[in-house]
Design a binder for this molecule. Structure first.
Ligand code: ATP
Length: 440
């Protein structure tokens, strides 16, 4: 029996992953959890998302095969099983016990959706959910087609995310260990030892997005009033458990490991026929011009097979913007990012510098080959002439500039990355150059 929930939180509080831990602990004495609980991120450009557009999916039944400890709630370990046996729990019992939990753990302005099903929606639902904007009807039709049950509160838009999350068959996946604060501490300042996070990051290279070495900053602890203490992301279950023992924080109320599509680039479309706003793409082009605007954003014009595109690197992406400062006309780059509707910019979340063009700077007017004197300019873009010998030259004396950019992939600091963006670390790559602010 698959269970999926979405849209229970709002900016003012709650957290759908916490609700998932409540659902899991509700059934732990009667039903087994099959596979990891799943945190499935959907299209990050969805205009009505609260924060990270995450949907939560669990499968319950009678487990067989390997049994693994993946969490602890109320001082009791939580296990999941490798495979599902033949027993399927009763749908109505499952639903009647989950609905009160949703009601208790939802914000009044959220639009929760619950989907309970024996069958999973078609895989294409996931790809549409992670890459495009769907209307509720699309989710309703699929729910009906597979004979699933749905429960809605408010406008019930949560069923879109629930159906799309349930449809995920991982092509690539990562894990996240989420720790939660005891209820009495929610909304208060979080207490932790930053250097223990640096130690963990150094000791466990299979983890990612926890610590920013260049700025010595912790990036795994939210600043919102949600119940989460921290989220430790990585590729190895064993390392996440080790990491939890290295990181020192105030006492944790519960923890749980989720299988996720975070860090997979699943939201990126390569080679689309056309570019539609509110979707994310990889697009290659040649740099035409760059411009800084107030507020620290950088806009760079590139020519592509889709025409001219403005690439935006916004202030929160910090040092990543300095890559754009260092690009020159004629450079070829590939940009991954979301195409915004208004202003229509491709918001860079990762860049591949494909070719660095030669760039020149003028050092002086040209020298006359006849008399050795410096020529004079005839006028703007009209070249140069020697008054005495009447020789001419179209170009000044040029010196090849030093280009600081090197070919390779560049990404924003960990704190500014999208949940779905695959970190260079996971691609087995390192950024070739770290840029610093050279602006005056
Ligand atoms: P958090 O990350 O804090 O859990 P959130 O960012 O997931 O919150 P939600 O409150 O869940 O935000 O709101 C996202 C809403 O968008 C849900 O109602 C979900 O069903 C819907 N949604 C998700 N993906 C799509 C999509 N591709 N097209 C249309 N609606 C979507």
């Amino acid at each position: 029996m698959y269970v999926a929930v979405d849209d229970t939180d709002s900016v003012s509080g709650n957290c759908t992953t916490f609700l998932a831990t409540e659902i899991i602990s509700e059934f732990r004495d009667e039903l087994d959890l099959i596979g990891y609980p799943r945190l499935v991120r959907l299209n990050p450009a969805t205009p009505w998302k609260t924060r990270g557009n995450g949907s939560l999916v669990m499968r319950f039944g009678k487990g067989i095969g390997k049994k693994v400890c993946i969490g602890n709630v109320d001082d009791r370990d939580i296990f999941c099983f490798e495979r599902m046996g033949t027993f399927e729990p009763d749908e109505n019992t499952v639903i009647s016990r989950i609905v009160p939990l949703i009601e208790k753990n939802s914000e009044p302005d959220a639009n929760p959706g619950l989907v309970v099903s024996r069958k999973r929606p078609s895989q294409s639902m996931y790809w549409r959910g992670v890459r495009t904007i769907l209307d509720k009807k699309a989710a309703e039709d699929e729910i009906e087609r597979i004979g699933a049950f749905k429960y809605e509160i408010g406008n019930g838009r949560g069923i879109i995310g629930a159906a799309c999350g349930m449809a995920w068959r991982p092509r690539d996946s990562t894990l996240e260990l989420l720790t939660y604060r005891p209820t009495g501490r929610w909304g208060t300042e979080r207490i932790f030892e930053p250097l223990s996070i640096r130690d963990m990051d150094t000791a466990l290279p299979s983890t990612f997005n926890s610590w920013e070495e260049r700025t010595q900053k912790v990036t795994m602890i939210p600043s919102t009033p949600c119940p989460i203490m921290y989220g430790l992301r990585g590729d190895s279950l064993r390392d996440l458990i080790k990491g939890k023992d290295i990181i020192r924080t105030e006492p944790i109320g519960r923890w749980m490991i989720f299988l996720t599509n975070q860090g997979t680039d699943d939201h990126i479309m390569n080679n689309p026929k056309q570019l539609i706003p509110n979707q994310s793409y990889y697009v290659e082009g040649r740099v035409v011009a760059g411009e800084h605007v107030t507020g620290g954003h950088v806009f760079t014009e590139i020519t592509t097979k889709y025409g001219s595109i403005t690439v935006g690197a916004y202030e929160p992406s910090k040092e990543f913007r300095y890559l754009f400062d260092n690009l020159s006309e004629g450079d070829t780059i590939g940009v991954m990012g979301e195409l915004r509707e208004e202003p229509r910019t491709l918001n860079a979340e990762k860049v591949k510098v494909i070719d660095v063009a030669d760039a020149y700077e003028k050092i002086s007017n040209p020298v006359c080959p006849g008399c050795g004197r410096t020529m004079e300019s005839v006028g703007r873009d009209k070249g140069y002439r020697c008054r005495r010998c009447h020789t001419s030259s179209p170009e000044p004396r040029l010196l090849r500039s030093v280009r600081w950019v090197r070919e390779g992939w560049y990404e924003p600091p960990a704190a500014a990355r999208r949940h779905l963006s695959k970190p260079l670390k996971r691609m087995g790559l390192e950024q070739p150059v770290d840029f610093v602010n050279r602006r005056i």
